[in-house]
Design a protein around this ligand. Sequence first.
Ligand SMILES: *Cc1c(COP(=O)(O)O)cnc(C)c1O
Length: 431
Amino acid sequence: MTMTAPIEKTTTTERRDPVELESQVRSYSRSWPAVFTHAKGSILTAEDGREYLDFFAGAGTLNYGHNHPELKQAVVDHFLEDRVVHGLDMFTDVRREFLQSFDERILQPRGLDYKVAFPGPGGANAVEAALKLARKVTGRESVVSFTNGFHGMTLGALSVTGNSMKRGGAGIPLVHATPMPYDDYFGQVVPDFMYLEALLTDGGSGLNKPAAVIVETVQGEGGINAARAEWLRGLAALCAEHEILLIVDDIQMGCGRTGKFFSFEEAGIVPDMVTLSKSISGYGLPMALTLLKPELDIWEPGEHNGTFRGFGPAFASATRAFELFWSDDALEQSTLAKGAYVEGRFNQLAARFAEHELVVKGRGLARGLQMPSGELAGAVTARAFEEGLLVETSGPSDEVVKLLPALTIPEDQLTRGLDIIDQTVAEALSA
Ligand SMILES: *Cc1c(COP(=O)(O)O)cnc(C)c1O
């Protein structure tokens, strides 16, 4: 048995470097070592007065830009009027308004009939809730996920995430999840979709019948891999045939990122469950939803809960965002137009450097330019930062320059950022 010495009380404090104080787990501040103080639209301002153009948008959390004036007004009013800030899942007026607005502006116009569960503040909470419910409903344990999928950092979400570095952080075996090839995993050499189908129908395959399949329509962290609409339809049909629940993780690609509010609308599929977070509050405030078909709603009251599920200011800004951006299709059309513009610019780059075989990826305003290596992609984003552009990499080797600008970005800023990318890609490839 060891005895620990009593802690000696010190009477003086010293001012320590906060960077030293913070765990080394931090990551974005390594790519972008500036201290940011202000943000407006697609511009972030650092302490030294330098302005940065934001092609990252909080990893898809700021689809309507930073500090949108009307969303800010909704949040500020909420505070100034002493409305309920924290309410667990008690009834509040803002919660009611949010649910009604979500139903009237998002669900009903799309003919979608979902129940809304508030699983906790972050995306991983929404994923955990979906996985738990899928297991409870079907009585089965395993979940099929896809190569290069990303679903969050908690153990359940990590078990269906591909990235080996992130998986390694779990410290325990990640079980009850089976990875399958995502669309085009074998580069059109093998019709990869048939793999899952074959295993499901072959009594000798060794695949336990899964409770659910979880999929992103466009894999954001995985390298901006966009599944084809027919692949998604095939997957939905296969799930229906085998009574496997289909979960679409729309945490990053939902809320208009690919044009329509939900990224799966284009394929015309209706998932059994949908996870949303990131841009759902519209303002960068924590909020997450798990949408489920009504017949799946077999929870016992309180069987899944969490402290932060009723954040009043997030309800207020989300409701305002539905009114502002989802009353007509103006945002959808402009997102598609901007996305096509980015694609065109990337195609020009790929043609200019044809010998390097750059790959142009994505849908809507989720766009990627795959460089020959992670090193080269990293060189592009590092030089872009020096030129005042925040843009990150993704993909298994960080080889994809990943663009997620705010959907509301003005065209001149979009052009300016793409000019910087042109320049830095040219530098990297000719170095
Ligand atoms: C960001 C993300 C998550 C996890 O959300 P957190 O809020 O970080 O827990 C899950 N799935 C997808 C597709 C994401 O992009």
